[in-house]
Design a protein around this ligand. Structure first.
Ligand code: ZN
Length: 106
């Protein structure tokens, strides 16, 4: 099943205050068969984050990392580009410091 944006929106929460995001504040940056990258701005606490959502055999896994990128900047950054290893490392570090993997699997 290919995830659509509506499904993805239902899955993601603000990493800061745990509120669900409003659809208007969600920007789809990149989408492949089993992986999507979203930029989200929380209306409650104004935190922006990048969220990677991937479909795995055990279900949907989402990883969020705070960013100071505005949506426009994020869009430019992602246009036609793959996610760099630096960004993957950033996510990895974030997860190591802030969350256990269990919390991320919904
Ligand atoms: Zn928030």
């Amino acid at each position: 099943m290919k995830p659509n944006l509506e499904n993805l929106k239902a899955l993601v929460h603000c990493p800061v205050c745990s509120k669900e995001y409003r659809p208007a504040k969600v920007l789809l940056l990149d989408q492949e068969d089993k992986r999507s990258t979203l930029h989200l701005t929380c209306e409650s606490c104004s935190a922006s984050s990048l969220v990677y959502v991937s479909m795995s055999p055990v279900g949907v896994v989402s990883m969020g990392v705070l960013t100071d990128l505005e949506q426009g900047e994020a869009r430019r950054l992602f246009k036609g580009e793959v996610i760099s290893s630096d960004e993957v490392l950033t996510v990895h570090r974030f997860l190591k410091e802030h969350r256990s993997v269990d919390e991320l699997i919904r």
